[in-house]
Design a protein around this ligand. Sequence first.
Ligand SMILES: [Zn+2]
Length: 112
Amino acid sequence: MASGTQGQRNCVGCGRAIAFDANVCPYCGHDYRVQMAPAQYQPQISEGMKIVFYILSFLIPLIGIIIGVIYYTKPDAESKNVGKMCIILALLAIVIGAVCWAAVWSTAWWAL
Ligand SMILES: [Zn+2]
């Protein structure tokens, strides 16, 4: 973290050094009174979204893995869990698909 002069901090809006207790950035006008604490990063994934993700992961494993990786890299635990589930479902679908294909092909092979 870049530490400026004591009593100063870098504006989150424009990056310039401003007084630590400044309410409003004199350079870009960023208002610190509105948002004193950094906003909690809490992307809520609705239950409906999760179900859509899981179904997609199972039906189209490639999309499942992409969604899974995207969500697994998010900082919050809920997204991580959703991402993990998507990857597991996608891998499961690939395994089941491979087994089915093997079964179909071996059957077809014997039928010939
Ligand atoms: Zn600023």
